[in-house]
Structure formats: C-alpha cells, structure tokens
Design a protein around this ligand. Structure first.
Ligand code: FEO
Ligand code: CA
Ligand code: CA
Ligand code: CA
Length: 699
C-alpha cells in the first residue's frame, strides 16, 4: 500500500502523524529508506577539522588482541570446536563474569519481496557519471538536481537571513548548521516531510575570514562553531508532483528545530547516573549538554532519529593520561577549536569526566520539538559512525554499529524485549535494555591471504563469524570490567574479548529485501602486510571494501567481500566477479543505503583516484551483482554523505559535506563556489536528484 496515498495530511499533530503512519504501515514511520579521514584523499583541512588529524596520530588500538591473520592457523581447529556447540563458541575469550545471554536471531529473511517491491534484478539503466573534478553536482543525463537547504538557511521561523561576513552565534543557533551528514526523512503525506540532518563538524578556516587557530579565534567565533554542530529538523515540501523537494520557508513550521553542542540532553540506560558520567555541573551524571561530531545515524521503527557521535575526542583539551583516554585518543595537550575558552567543561584537567559524556548514540524525536534528546548508554561508547535498526526474526530490535577508526570493531545491540508495532511507549524503552555484542570474523581460506589481493582458491574473501557478548544491563561478560565500565569504555572491553580489527568500519546497513547486512570499510593505510586477514585482505588499504554479512540462526554469521574498491584495472579490486571492464572506479566507501528493490547505494569520502567523491549503486543479487555504476559526483573537495532513496524511488537525497575544503582554501581564496555560484562562498548543503521526466531513479 502506498503510504503517501493512504495518509490524509492536514490536521494531524506530530504525534498523530506518527500514530497514523504506524497504523498504516505497522512499522517504520520513516518509509523512505535512509540513504561518510586524510588517509582517504582528504585535504589537510578535512583532517584537522573533521577528526582532529586522527591519521597523523598513532593507532589507538594497541591491544594485543590478535589480528585474525595471527589466528588463521588456528582457524581449522577452532571451527571444529565451534561446530561442537555454537553457544560454547560464543564464550571463547569472554570472561566468566556471568551467563551468556541468548542471542537474538535477526536471521536472513526469506528471499521474498515481502514489501511488495522488486528484487533489484538489474533494471538500473542510467548512463553512469564519469569521474571528474568539476565544482558541480553532476548527475546522469536525463536527471535534475536542486539544493534543498544550505548552511545558514533559516530553520526557526524567526531566524535571520544568512550573512557570511556578519555571522553571530545567536543567528547560527536558529539557522541550518555546518557540514551536513546523515539525512533521513519522515513523510507527512505525499507533499510534506520532515527532514533530519546531522551537522558533523565545523571548518572555521572556511567559515571565518582570517581565521588561524582556536587560540586566536574570537569567543564569538567559538560560540558560532558550538551552535553550528548538532542537527536540524526542517519541514520540506514536494514541488508539484515531481521528485524535487524544497525547504518550507513560510508559515509556522512547528517541527523545525536546531540541536547544538549546547542543547540539554539526558542519559538513559544502564550507565545513566554512573560515577564515570558525573561532573561538577551534573553531579547526578544524567544530564549531558549537547552532542558533537554527529556523523551518520539511523531511524527507529517508531519514528525517531538515532544520531552517532563520532570523533568527539578532538574537542577536548588537557586529558589526563589514563589508559582509557589513550584508547579513545583524547588529547593530552591544548589544541584544536578551543571550546574550553568559552566553556570550561571542555578542559579535562578541570572536568575529567566531561569527555565520557560524548561518544554515544543519541535518540531524537523529530515530531516533538520540546523533547529532550536521549544518549542511549546501552549502545556503548566509541567513535560511533551510525546505528542501523532492524527487527529480528524473533521480534527483538537489532542495532548495527561501526566504530570508525583504524583497527576498530563492528558492534551489534539486541534489545531484551520485542518491538511491538504501534506501542510507542513500550518501544521507546527498547534501547535501554539489551545486550551489546562485538564481531569476530574468521576466514575460511587460512594461509592463502598474502596481501596481493588475489582471491583464495575457494574464489572469495569469505568465512564465518560470531557475535561476542560484552554486557547486558548490569551484567558484564568481560573479566575485570564492570557493566558501567564496559559501556563507557567499550573499546577496551572489545579488546579483551578478541574482536576483529577492521579497516575503519563506517556505515552498516541491512538490505530490506534479502536481510543481508553490509559494512563499509572505508580504508586503512596503516595495515601492514603482516596484519592482513581474509576480512581485511589488503595492506595499506587506500580504497577500502564492503563486507556482506548474513546472520545465521545460531547467533553466528557468514560473511564475504562483494566489493574490494579501487580502479577496476587494479588487480586487487573485486566487483563480486562482475565484468570489471563495465564498472565504475570507486574509492573509500562510507555511507550505505538501499532502495526498495534491494540495490546497494554507496557514497564515498576521500576518493584516492583523482576524482571528486560520489554516489554509486550496485545490485547485490542476480546476474548484475557487482555491476557498480556511478550515479553522481559532488562538487570540488566535497564528500558525499547521507544518501537516501525515497520509498517511491523518485528522489535521491545527498548531503554535500565540506565543498571547497581543499588545502590553502580560505574565504578570500575559495576553491568552490557551490551551491550559489559566482564569487560566493561554498556552503555545505542537502541536495535532491530526480529524473526530469518523473521516472524511477536509476531505471
Ligand atoms: Fe564521519 Fe566515519 O565518517
Ligand atoms: Ca561517515
Ligand atoms: Ca567519512
Ligand atoms: Ca575464502
């Protein structure tokens, strides 16, 4: 049934919009599918402002935790043991602190198009966009694009117009923030929708004329930066009956909202109130202020946003030299944006626990502008890239998450209770009680992974894996760590249980048609030839790869690599066996999305092949599995984020992050003028692409 036809717009409040949508579809309100580091081809500016020059620093994961190349030789005997008992296998390497919880089984859905949509069987027929370095959003022939909302556009009805040379913190707090990332859409009928957008980070070099560094910045500039982080909710409307959408600029816009680095929030879940989260300003450890570096995210079946705090470490100064801070790359000196100059809490010499209050998944209700955002502690603390929800075969909610740093891990949370369609009050408790797992990947071609990129004799980089439980409520499964410690210092817990060190796990998405789960592993220039394994088979992995994971009933999974990225002429690349003369070159996969036909959409961050970043699409089943084609490129020095293909498959939204963020660029010497053209300053923006004659996207 078409959600858009079934829903009657007009009189509904946000809450009954949600109720109505739940009634209609018995499931996600977000009936549109959702649609991003110097070692990529990033500029020095991107490295400095996005992640605090993480790549220039040492690898934080110095755990003795084995690379799985190290354990390849043990694999056969271990598999024999696993076969002897799946649950027994799960506890390998896990402390005996408690009984192992039952694993929910998201299962691989039966291969039927239960949603009534197609199979992704190769009806993608557009002419791919060629690699280029144009300062433009380049779309295929026959397609059109427009800008929906840009940095500085009014969000709150009383926001002033954007004035680049006279920006203020008060104005910014009411305007669309900087560098947009995760994008999701909540439809309110056929013609209206709420658009959620993350504002990951600020690039002060491009925002302010004459900016040099945080120590020399004006306090007002620092306050502007605080206000330009966070996220935005904006009402958008369809233009006529097209796939084009535009910002609603008149009327009440009751849902429009800005969330910033200063918005009051609350903790929930098992670590709320923990001593590790208490500060002078919040002696109860329950009311953190603001969110930072929100990268990608997810949407819950009950119609809220999950937004992921990623490189939060870089905003702090004077971190005490503790093992925990080292594992999270918390700065020990004084550098960066110097938020501490206007808010003392960012000085960890004075407020050491403040940094523990960041690095969480935050849940936000876009339909209630008065609601308090919730940091969900049960989902652990790390450089959260995203949080993809899925309902398991047994009805429990599953959240897949990546920790985007070199040699970090892939995680999964499984709720204790089941998701009940339409029971909002119950569903909103699901993210507070459950079990957090981390992934271990085992290859099935031990001894054959030599770093050359050559496929093993069995024809695939593939194998099996297991979800290792870390913590469930107040019960820790990790020796020597309490439940609160596992949740606040999740990386250290995962080290102890032998999780597999991956090549920067970015987005994780689940295919709505097949049930398979996909993980973007963006790159890892630090992996050595001695550290390759079947799940991360290339040393100095510049171009990254995509992993496909199929859940098994016993709580284990199988996996393979359908895509090993790069120039198709490079012998180390792999496109699921598809004819490489026909595919587009791709580098540094970051955000993933699916259309309703089950085609995988991949956006990139840091192309190392000399082209602008872009958006690609690839069937993952049928004869065209591996047939990767480029759908668009973003303007010069930008990154492609937040891809979202709408349910009606008539619109593709992309967040164009950091246009013109190239070395040497300043407001007096901009290297991009997108989107406004002429001599204008570059402005991060969300754009929409549609077929000019109203055809289905890609067809
Ligand atoms: Fe913000 Fe991992 O990209
Ligand atoms: Ca990302
Ligand atoms: Ca990225
Ligand atoms: Ca293999």
């Amino acid at each position: 049934m078409s959600l858009h036809r079934a829903f009657t717009p007009g009189s509904a409040t946000g809450r009954n919009v949600r109720a109505e949508l739940l009634r209609i579809c018995g499931g996600p309100v977000r009936k549109f599918l959702p649609l991003i580091s110097h070692q990529g081809g990033r500029s020095a500016l991107t490295c400095q402002f996005r992640c605090g020059n993480a790549c220039a620093h040492g690898v934080a994961n110095t755990s003795g935790n084995e690379y799985f190349g190290d354990i390849a030789a043990k694999a056969l005997s271990r598999r024999g043991m696993l076969r002897a008992g799946a649950l027994g296998a799960v506890v390998v390497g896990v402390g005996a602190a408690g009984a192992v919880p039952a694993l929910a089984d998201p299962g691989a859905e039966p291969e039927v198009a239960a949603n009534g949509f197609g199979w992704g069987r190769g009806d993608l027929r557009f002419t791919p966009v060629a690699p280029n370095t144009a300062d433009a959003l380049t779309v295929p022939q026959g397609y059109s694009s427009s800008v929906v909302v840009r940095w500085g556009d009014p969000v709150l009805p009383d926001a002033p117009a954007f004035d680049f040379d006279n920006q203020s913190a008060a104005a910014q707090a009411k305007q669309f923030g900087y560098n947009c990332d995760y994008v999701t859409l909540f439809p309110m009928g056929h013609h209206r929708a709420l658009l959620w957008v993350n504002h990951e980070y600020t690039d002060e070099n491009l925002m302010f004329r004459g900016y040099t560094n945080g120590a020399a910045a004006t306090e007002e500039q620092i306050r502007i930066a605080l206000a330009a982080h966070g996220g935005s909710v904006v009402e958008i409307e369809r233009r006529g009956n097209t796939g084009d959408w535009k910002l609603v600029t008149r009327g009440r816009r009751r849902y429009n909202r800005r969330i910033t680095a200063q918005t009051p929030m609350r903790f929930s879940g098992p670590a709320a109130g923990s001593a590790l989260l208490k500060t002078a300003a919040d002696p109860e450890g329950r009311t953190p202020l603001g969110m930072l570096n929100n990268c990608a995210g997810g949407t819950t079946p009950w119609g809220t946003v999950l937004t992921a705090e990623e490189n939060f470490n870089q905003y702090f100064v004077n971190g005490p030299r503790t093992p925990e801070n080292a594992r999270y790359s918390i700065p020990t000196g004084v550098s960066g944006r110097r938020f501490d100059r206007v808010e003392e809490r960012f000085d960890l010499a004075k407020h050491p626990n403040e940094v523990n209050r960041f690095g969480w998944i935050v849940e936000i209700d876009p339909f209630d502008p008065q609601s308090t955002p919730i940091k969900r502690t049960a989902l652990g603390r790390f450089a959260h890239e995203a949080a993809t929800t899925s309902v398991g075969r047994d009805g429990r909610l599953v959240v897949y998450m990546g920790d985007d740093s070199r040699f970090e891990y892939v995680y999964k949370f499984v709720s204790k209770e089941r998701y009940i369609p339409g029971f909002d009050r119950h569903n909103r408790t699901l993210l507070d009680e459950g079990t957090l797992y981390v992934a271990r990947f085992t290859g099935d071609s031990p001894g054959e992974i030599d770093g050359s990129g050559k496929l093993p004799a069995d024809g695939a980089f593939d194998g099996t894996g297991e979800w290792i439980p870390l913590v469930s409520g107040s019960e820790s499964f990790v020796d020597g760590m309490s439940a609160e410690q596992v949740l606040v210092f999740t990386r250290l817990a995962a080290d102890k249980v032998g999780a597999t060190k991956m090549d920067r796990p970015e987005d994780v998405e689940r295919n709505p048609v097949t049930g398979a789960v996909y993980v973007a592993l963006t790159n890892n220039g630090n992996r050595t030839a001695a550290q390759v394994d079947e799940a991360n088979p290339r040393p100095s992995n510049k171009h990254g790869h995509v992993l496909e994971l199929v859940e098994q009933r016993d709580g284990r999974f199988t996996w393979s690599l359908p895509l090993v990225c790069g120039d198709p002429n490079d012998a180390t690349t792999y496109f699921a066996g598809f004819d490489k003369t026909k595919v587009s070159p791709i580098s540094c996969p970051d955000n993933l999305a699916f259309d309703r036909d089950g085609n995988l959409w991949i956006s990139t961050d840091g192309n190392q092949l000399g082209s602008n970043d872009g958006l690609f699409v690839m069937p993952v089943r049928g004869p065209e599995r591996g047939y990767l084609r480029q759908f668009l490129t973003v303007p010069f020095a930008a990154e492609t984020c937040g891809p979202l293909v709408t349910d009606d498959q008539r619109s593709v939204f992309v967040a164009v992050q950091h246009p013109g963020e190239s070395d040497g660029a300043t407001p007096d010497n901009p290297t991009s003028h997108w989107p406004d053209g002429g001599a204008s300053q570059p402005r991060p923006a969300v754009a929409v692409v549609w077929h000019s004659r109203g055809k289905k996207i890609g067809a």
